[in-house]
Design a binder for this molecule. Structure first.
Ligand SMILES: *Cc1c(COP(=O)(O)O)cnc(C)c1O
Length: 346
């Protein structure tokens, strides 16, 4: 059976050209700072963001954890949206390792307002935790791949800074936002103190994320990464994949976005399912609340027909387009979905 795997953009396999770049990489011991390919990647990533320095890490989760740890003291509070990846999908690492609590804001597709940030900040009072860090996500995963418009980002950051908060951007898919909105990375990065992005999602690499900030912050991050066991040795093999992706897999994210729109248009209305609009990047959320089918039944029917996707809550199924999903794959997925979801046998 032909399989179209839309569970996540982490499923991409390295291309032949990427594997060739990895095989040819010049390497050294990166804990000694002697891997030339890692050094080149860190310099390049920092430059793209218009910041001083960057650090290559094994995962986005570790990049977030390091950022959270360095921006706070134990007992401080992080202000973030309720469905943020840090809060929902990182196994509580912020609490276990950084020792921070959270002030949760109910966002709209993951985006929050300056007024909500103002309201979440604690009083300077001995009874209350110290509000210390504003945490933003772009694109917002659980929000459906939503992008921060630059003016809204600027306004929310200004609100946070008005209260003396540091600002970190979890930009696991920030390149999708850059392509969808037509901005260079620097246009987004200029607003925040630190940001991270993943190579292992839409960019198609097997492993890796980067944390970006000023020189002092990144020097401290190198130590925290070591504490967490994230110091890697001949990591240039992985950094070579990342450099290859920055050169070859950014502009093509537009194809993933076009495929996501095709998928959304074709699925909307099938068996009473509704696409959550707008579909801005590579994530499609299907709302099952007006359907007789629940998320598990939708996913079960689609998997039976070779189309893999994920239930993400009691009323939502998520489908993600990526490097290994072509336009013909999307057309095929739609054809089998029509039969699987709407067959009279149901
Ligand atoms: C995937 C993801 C992460 C974590 O990245 P891993 O490399 O899977 O640890 C962090 N934030 C967001 C928004 C993500 O989508």
């Amino acid at each position: 059976m032909r399989i179209v795997d839309l569970r996540s953009d982490t499923l991409t396999l390295p291309t032949a050209a990427m594997r060739a770049a990895m095989a040819a990489a010049e390497v050294g011991d990166d804990v000694f700072h002697e891997d030339p390919t890692v050094n080149a990647l860190e310099e390049h990533a920092a430059g793209l963001a218009g910041k001083e320095a960057a650090l290559f890490l094994p995962s986005g989760t570790m990049a977030n954890l390091v950022a959270c740890k360095l921006h706070t003291q134990p007992g401080d509070e992080v202000i973030l949206e309720r469905t943020s990846h840090l809060y929902r999908y990182e196994a509580g690492g912020f609490a276990a390792y950084a020792g921070v609590s959270v002030a949760l804001i109910d966002g709209e597709r993951g985006l929050v307002t300056p007024e909500q940030v103002d309201a979440a900040v604690r009083l300077a009072d001995v009874h209350q935790p110290r509000s210390r860090l504003l945490w933003l996500e772009d694109t917002h995963n659980a929000g459906g791949g939503s992008c921060w418009p630059l003016d809204r980002l600027a306004a929310v950051v200004a609100a946070g800074r008005g209260h003396g908060l540091a600002v970190h951007l979890d930009g696991a898919r920030v390149w999708n936002a850059c392509i969808a909105q037509g901005f260079p990375l620097k246009a987004i990065a200029d607003h925040v103190d630190t940001l991270s992005f993943c190579f292992s999602k839409g960019l198609g690499c097997p492993v890796g994320s980067v944390l970006i900030g000023d020189r002092e912050f990144i020097a401290a991050a190198r130590r925290v990464r070591k504490q967490l066991g994230g110091g890697m040795r001949q990591a240039g093999i992985l950094a070579a994949a990342a450099l290859h992706a920055l050169d070859h897999h950014i502009a093509r994210l537009a194809d993933d976005h076009a495929n996501a729109r095709r998928l959304a248009d074709g699925l909307d209305g099938l068996a009473g399912l509704r696409v959550r609009r707008p579909v801005e990047t590579n994530i499609v959320l299907l709302d099952t609340s007006a359907s007789l089918l629940g998320p598990m039944e939708v996913v079960g029917s689609l998997i039976g027909a070779g189309v893999r996707c994920l239930p993400i809550n009691a009323t939502t199924v998520r489908l993600v387009t990526h490097l290994d999903v072509s336009q013909p794959d999307v057309e095929h997925a739609l054809a089998v979905a029509r039969t699987a979801l709407e067959s009279p046998a149901r």
